[in-house]
Design a protein around this ligand. Structure first.
Ligand code: GLN
Length: 191
């Protein structure tokens, strides 16, 4: 399996190592031609504004929009989630707009810039998932075709899927727990 990791800015190396631990090939993606021959793509966390600007400069915004909008498996974490949604409050340009979610950037305010929360994610089994949140967004509204996978105890949606698109507001790549990546590979790519 060959899962590209968008490597323009942010936490891409950690995704590569998670994918390699799951025995997937994980090439770095920077240019349109890098997208050829992939089985899936990960858009990592980082700064959604920088990643978005770099996607335009490297001319991968449109190709990725086309792929993700056409049923190609894409996982987005944190900034990647912001970029996949159809609307992102606090973002100065239009995100990819392929997933029917409305997102608020930096939704948790300054005092709780970063935090960890043990998250029940039923599709990953009984053991809660270690949710690492870093200046995280939240999903404020989901459309009909979107399945909510996780919420914080206070209620905000922090993981969801729609077809072969999978997003998390937290950073599974910064933990040793591979279940979120494995879910992407097993349910959206291998099947
Ligand atoms: N705060 C970042 C943004 O708005 C996202 C943070 C992250 O990806 N860890 O793009």
């Amino acid at each position: 399996m060959k899962i590209g990791v968008l490597a323009l800015q942010g936490a891409f190396r950690e995704h590569i190592s998670a994918l390699q631990r799951l025995k997937a090939e994980a090439p770095l993606i920077r240019l349109p031609q890098d997208l050829e021959g992939l089985d899936g793509l990960i858009i990592p966390g980082g700064e959604s504004t920088s990643i978005g600007q770099l996607m335009e400069s490297y001319r991968v915004m449109e190709p990725i929009r086309g792929l993700a909008g056409g049923g190609f498996p894409v996982m987005g974490t944190c900034a990647g989630l912001i970029l996949l949604g159809k609307k992102a409050r606090g973002l100065s340009f239009d995100p990819l707009g392929v997933m029917d979610i409305e997102v608020r950037r930096n939704a948790f305010g300054r005092q709780v810039d970063s935090f960890e929360s043990s998250l029940p994610i039923p599709v990953l089994g009984e053991t809660p998932f270690p949710g690492v949140f870093i200046r995280a967004p939240m999903i404020e509204a989901v459309g009909e075709g979107v399945e909510v996978l996780a919420r914080l105890p206070q209620g905000p949606v922090v993981a969801a899927r729609q077809g072969r698109l999978l997003v998390s507001a937290f950073h599974p790549e910064l933990t040793r727990d591979l279940r979120f990546h494995a879910y992407f590979l097993n349910t959206m790519i291998a099947s």
